[in-house]
Ligand binder design. Structure first.
Ligand code: FMN
Length: 170
């Protein structure tokens, strides 16, 4: 079996955030997607070892911002390679506050939604959260960053906690 076949699945990059504690937790994911239109629902799949997973469980809500093509590896590194246990990822960057109370980056993002969690599914290493959208807005006209763009143009890597990680292939 050649697991690199899954690299051809199309997806985007998103920052998922949940308020709570001293500061919000947030991380980069490639697992955001729309689930239904009526009611308007999205899902996001987060590794149980990521601080953001527990933060979403405790808060019962989250924001999901669409990363755009202006994002650089500094932005990716902040949200995708550091832990909210060590840093406040929103310290020093422009951000907004959704009606749920969750922050979202207001730079390098072209839109966001915010949701109340209506279902969560334990899928082993990760939890899939389904959220009903209660807030949404467009932020810029910059095209959304696809995972293919991230790999091909930014030459970005896939860390072990990403759903799409395959040992030996990144
Ligand atoms: C390109 C990329 C895609 C990622 N996709 C996911 C994902 O879908 N789910 C996930 O849980 N983590 C994913 N990650 C890893 C988290 O962003 C990373 O573990 C982060 O440091 C966790 O932060 P936290 O502990 O503050 O929540 C991805 C990282 C990168 C760079």
């Amino acid at each position: 079996m050649d697991a690199s076949a899954l690299f051809k699945f199309s997806s985007g990059l998103y920052v998922v955030s949940a308020a709570g504690g001293e500061h919000a937790a947030a991380c980069l994911v490639n697992t955001g997607m729309q689930v239904t239109a009526e009611p308007l629902q999205v899902s996001v799949t987060v590794n149980k070892e990521n601080v953001t997973c527990g933060a979403i469980e405790r808060a019962g809500h989250f924001s999901l911002a669409v990363v755009d093509e202006s994002a650089d590896m500094l932005f990716v590194g902040r949200f995708g390679f550091r832990s909210s246990a060590d840093v406040d990822k929103y310290d020093g960057i422009a951000h907004g506050l959704a009606s749920t109370g969750d922050p979202y980056p207001a730079e390098h993002t072209c839109s966001f939604v915010a949701c109340n969690v209506v279902r969560s599914l334990d899928v082993g290493t990760h939890v899939t959260f389904v959220g009903e959208v209660v807030d949404a807005a467009n932020l810029s006209d910059v095209p959304p960053m696809t995972y293919a763009y991230y790999h091909g143009t930014l030459r970005g890597k896939t860390p072990a906690k990403a759903s799409s990680y395959v040992a030996g292939l990144s």
